[in-house]
Design a protein around this ligand. Structure first.
Ligand code: NAD
Length: 288
């Protein structure tokens, strides 16, 4: 029993992502029966960034597991911006395609912002298009970016009441920190966003009932920076000098203080992919 031990419970993103993917798998069957076709996710990768190749492979694999259609479009690193935008325009116009994802980062000669803006908002499964971003901040029902959505699903799996809790989000990027903070605010948490210029980070993180680390600095968050019993969600994906994956949280010291903690790997990462499947279903339904 947790209250008899000093160790946190593991928030198992791998197991939860399997549950989410099974939900999607059942929905795919229902949707095909109802509408006569399966949802279709289209993933574009430009160049041969090894990390991007792994992410894309995992996304296509997850789509296959759920039974939805998927298309992988691999473009050479020197593809022109115009050619990429043209491919996106074709997919926007293709009625058989429900979701379009362009794996980031893109080679330097391509303007990422232009590419994100080019994806039809109703097919923007990453939730990065300004119309989805503004929807999120205005409290509209819109496509939510996958990693923040996965963080919320992990939090909900602990069955902890979020309302009234203090949540500290470390990191303020457009794809993780800011949207996670807004989703926590929507659930009536008192939200603090900490970042690289935060003075005395530890004094801020010690207030957190819920701590989300999305920084990209291995071991930045240590046990002494936590309030006892905090829920710790580690979004970071870093590589140690030995090539091992690790998060932003020093797992050993934080697991002694936290009530729940996500591992890396096996925490937020698999949830991001599972929520991408959910977003594809959402786009399919909205287009019917
Ligand atoms: P980013 O580089 O865009 O943003 C990092 C943020 O951390 C910045 O807002 C910066 O202000 C803050 N920061 C930097 N140094 C800090 C410090 N010393 N103290 C406090 N704050 C500091 O990164 P991102 O795209 O948000 O990604 C963050 C991490 O999450 C990375 O490791 C990335 O690989 C990972 N990530 C994981 C997933 C996933 O699916 N698990 C998805 C996206 C990103």
């Amino acid at each position: 029993m947790r209250w008899m031990s000093n160790m946190a419970e593991i928030l198992d993103g791998k197991a939860l992502s399997a549950v989410v993917k099974d939900e999607v798998r059942s929905e795919v069957i229902e949707l095909e029966a109802k509408y006569g076709r399966k949802p279709c996710l289209c993933v574009i990768i430009v160049g041969e960034n090894p990390a991007s190749q792994v992410y894309v492979r995992n996304k296509v694999k997850a789509a296959a597991y759920t039974g939805m259609e998927s298309r992988l479009i691999e473009l050479p690193a020197d593809v022109s911006e115009a050619a990429l935008l043209e491919r996106i325009a074709e997919l926007n116009a293709d009625d058989a395609v429900d979701g379009i994802l362009v794996q980031l980062p893109l080679p330097k000669h391509i303007d990422e912002e232009k590419v994100i803006y080019a994806i039809a908002p109703e097919k923007d499964v990453d939730g990065f298009h300004p119309s989805n971003v503004s929807g999120l901040w205005l409290g509209k029902d819109c496509i939510v970016p996958c990693t923040p959505a996965g963080v919320m699903r992990l939090l909900d799996s602990t069955e902890t009441e979020i309302c009234g809790k203090t949540a500290v989000v470390v990191g303020r990027s457009n794809i993780v920190g800011k949207p996670v903070a807004k989703l926590l605010l929507d659930r009536n948490a008192t939200v603090v966003i900490a970042h690289s210029r935060t003075a005395d980070l530890a004094s801020v993180t010690r207030q957190a009932d819920i701590l989300v680390a999305a920084v990209g600095r291995p071991g930045l968050i240590t046990g002494e920076m936590l309030k006892p019993g905090a829920i710790v969600i580690d979004v970071g994906i870093n590589r140690t000098a030995e090539g091992k994956l690790c998060g932003d949280v020093d797992f050993a010291s934080c697991a002694e203080k936290a009530s729940w903690i996500t591992p890396v790997p096996g925490g937020v990462g698999p949830m991001t992919i599972a929520m991408l499947m959910k977003n594809t279903i959402r786009c399919f339904k909205a287009r019917q």
